[in-house]
Design a protein around this ligand. Structure first.
Ligand SMILES: Nc1ncnc2c1ncn2[C@@H]1O[C@H](COP(=O)(O)OP(=O)(O)OP(=O)(O)O)[C@@H](O)[C@H]1O
Ligand SMILES: [Mg+2]
Length: 306
């Protein structure tokens, strides 16, 4: 745990100083070679130009794939398409999303419901908004368990205790009786992650799951994602604006720009040799902290070039 935290801190420093060698020497495991999800998809919302245009994306079993792109580029649209949660009245999706022998775009709502929360799970940005403020967390964890499992009250209680422990939260009665408002944001995010991993999904989608957190809590949650990925082998689609967190957790990174994946490669390749002009601009926009007359000053290459 401590090693990983130090790792993220080193990556942040390396990014600030543009030292790609640190990223190279981090022991990020090589991507495995069994395709879990393979998508080729276009999405258009009614009355608007296409958001995604023939976007191709592959996620290997057990890997952490980063999806990076500016606000409005369609990252959440892609996540919602995978989860079968696109608003059917407003969104028109074409293509295929192959996952575990099914094409998700062609599954019935009933089949999708059986899949969501069991084989594919989602963690969103605002934990306190995602949890029901009126229900104790034990009640919410029970509901998540009962959505895809049947068994005795003891089975349920054991499953809840196990998943709370796996996200490093207290599993005792006192904690389980808390309401969301009685927890810190970091604890609430861990509860959401516990719910999302309760049925051991093959794929977890984290859509800006650390963006609302302070940097220390963010680093702890990133460490948790990485540990869960290693201990359970679940693949993670990690969606974020924050290149530092993406570098710290992802095996590969896909860059989404103007409705298309413009570049995809290992984290080392993307940071060492960004090929596409948009990726290069993203790298140049990473802030560096310079000392000017002994005072810290944030600078980006984009700003320096002017
Ligand atoms: N339900 C909807 N109806 C109409 N347009 C939508 C809908 N959802 C998203 N859009 C539009 O689709 C585009 C992509 O939105 P999306 O939320 O996927 O982007 P994003 O990359 O996730 O952005 P952010 O980083 O801000 O979360 C935006 O122009 C948005 O306005
Ligand atoms: Mg989004």
């Amino acid at each position: 745990m401590e090693d990983l935290c130090c790792g993220f801190a080193r990556i942040r420093t390396a990014l600030k100083n543009r030292d790609a060698s640190v990223i190279t020497t981090m022991s990020l495991k090589p991507p495995p070679d069994q395709t879990l999800l393979s998508a080729r998809i276009s999405v258009r919302y009614a009355g608007k130009p296409p958001v995604l245009r023939d976007v191709e994306i592959e996620i290997q079993s057990g890997e952490v794939l980063g999806l990076v792109g500016q606000s409005g580029s369609g990252k959440s649209t892609l996540a919602m398409a995978i989860l079968g949660l696109l608003d059917k009245k407003r969104a028109q999706a074409e293509g295929t999303i192959r996952f575990q022998d099914s094409d998700l775009l062609r599954l019935s709502e009933r089949a999708l419901r059986a899949l969501r929360g069991r084989a594919v799970s989602l963690v969103l940005q605002s934990p306190l908004a995602s949890l029901n403020p009126a229900l104790k967390i034990r009640t919410q964890l029970k509901e998540a368990w009962r959505a895809h499992a049947s068994g005795s009250a003891l089975d349920c209680a054991n499953a809840i205790r196990n998943c709370l422990q796996s996200v490093s939260l207290p599993a005792d009665d006192e904690f389980q009786r808390k309401y969301p408002s009685q927890m810190s944001v970091g604890q609430a995010q861990r509860v959401l992650i516990a719910m999302a991993i309760m049925h051991r999904p093959a794929l977890l989608i984290a859509d800006e799951a650390t963006s609302a957190l302070d940097v220390i809590t963010q680093s702890e949650i990133l460490t948790l994602f990485r540990e869960l990925n290693r201990s359970t082998g679940m693949a993670i689609l990690y969606i974020s604006h924050d290149l530092a967190s993406v570098a710290g957790i992802c095996d590969r990174i896909a860059i989404l720009h103007a409705g298309a994946i413009v570049e995809c490669g290992t984290t080392q390749e993307i940071f060492r040799h960004p090929q596409h002009e948009y990726t290069q601009r993203l790298m140049a926009a990473l802030p560096r902290i310079l000392l000017a007359n002994g005072q810290p000053r944030m600078k980006t290459e984009a700003a320096t070039a002017r």
